[in-house]
Ligand binder design. Structure first.
Ligand code: KG4
Ligand code: ZN
Length: 335
């Protein structure tokens, strides 16, 4: 018997619904992005984001079902992002999921957003355990070790800013548009190693820190301006990116050496970064006894197909939620 999951994602500024068959086959994947609205403000405005989710959610769900040619009767379970994310945004997806579950008497599968990003790799490769995930997004920078399917250990996390947040903030001081990640990725291609920036330091070997690096970029700009010099944005973008990405990749190499996973996967919006993909391929792709999986660009940034892939596994493990469950903006990855 085939298994059909309807998945909903609304944790930040994408309203998304996807229908996934047997965990891997994408029957539909509808994403309504709000980037063009938030661009005007230089970042996501939470209040605006939740209002747009309210306007779009039913249209997106309807389109996902129509495109998949699936009716609610065919659906086995409703998976949804419970957290982490923006509370107002999450509420809209959670409420939609609960309404469908109640009206059509379907089980609910509440999910952690990051688990979705990790399972997105299942669309391109079979996942092998133990697995190490480098999770890099607007809200997360984590090394997650999975001994088995649905077991999650955080080996390292950020002490301050997430990597995507650092990209977005540095982009803003360089006068680049939101979202800053893709803009820096593009500009850095024209840059060279002209500036020296400090390598981030952390107490724990596998933790991350990006706020010092972000401040160093800001101070460098102010220093140059005081001297009457103008900075070269492409060179500064290049130097910031090289420093930040080397930290990510060096720590991933250390974690591979220490924990010896069979597979390393990249996950999250920053996994779309062309230089990170290059560096991971050079350093991890060349290591013996470990298989590297890099997700295709379409499933790096937020979407509901990835939540459906994770939802399918959670459904098999019967990890169901109650109708009185709520959004949890600080949800922890649980085992
Ligand atoms: O996973 P995601 O869509 O949302 C969160 O879960 O946070 O990630 C969004 C983040 C943003 O900070 C954005 O600037 C960053 O991913 N991003 C990139 C690139 N594309 C998106 N960062 C660096 N290079 C990129 N090409
Ligand atoms: Zn995300």
């Amino acid at each position: 018997m085939s298994q059909i999951i309807l998945a909903i994602e609304s944790s930040c500024d994408e309203t998304a619904c996807s229908i996934i068959k047997d965990g891997k086959e994408i029957l539909s994947n509808v994403v309504s992005s709000q980037i063009n609205v938030h661009k005007k403000y230089g970042g996501v405005v939470p209040e605006v984001a939740s209002r747009i989710h309210v306007e779009n959610i039913s249209v997106v769900i309807d389109e996902a079902l129509k495109t998949a040619n699936v009716s609610m009767e065919d659906v086995d379970a409703i998976a949804f992002t419970q957290g982490p994310g923006l509370i107002g945004s999450l509420h809209v997806g959670v409420q939609a999921a609960k309404t469908l579950a109640w009206a059509f008497n379907k089980p609910l599968v509440p999910l952690h957003h990051i688990i979705g990003h990790i399972y997105a790799n299942g669309f391109v490769d079979k996942l092998m355990f133990p697995l190490l995930a480098l999770v890099v997004s607007g809200g997360h920078t984590e090394l997650v070790y999975m001994k088995d399917e649905w077991s999650f250990d955080i080996l390292g996390t950020t002490q301050d800013d997430a990597i995507g947040e650092a990209y977005d903030k540095v982009a803003r001081v360089l006068g680049l548009p939101y979202p800053g990640g893709p803009a820096i990725d593009k500009l850095a291609k024209e840059g060279k190693a002209h500036y020296t920036l400090p390598t981030p330091k952390t107490e724990k070997e596998l933790d991350f820190s990006f706020s010092g690096l972000k401040s160093a970029v800001l101070q460098l700009i102010q220093r140059e301006e005081k001297k009457g010099e103008t900075i070269v944005p492409a060179d500064l973008a290049y130097c910031f990116q090289e420093t930040a990405l080397d930290t990510l990749v060096n720590k991933t190499v250390k974690a591979v050496e220490k924990y010896q996973p069979k597979q390393v996967v990249l996950a999250g919006g920053v996994a779309a970064n062309s230089r990170l993909r290059e560096k991971m391929t050079e350093r991890i792709g060349s290591m013996a006894n470990v298989h590297l999986t890099i997700p295709p660009l379409w499933c790096c940034t937020d979407n509901a197909a990835m939540m459906g892939a994770a939802g399918s596994v959670a459904y098999r493990h019967q990890l169901f939620g109650e109708l009185n469950c709520s959004a949890n903006p600080c949800k922890e990855i649980d085992c």
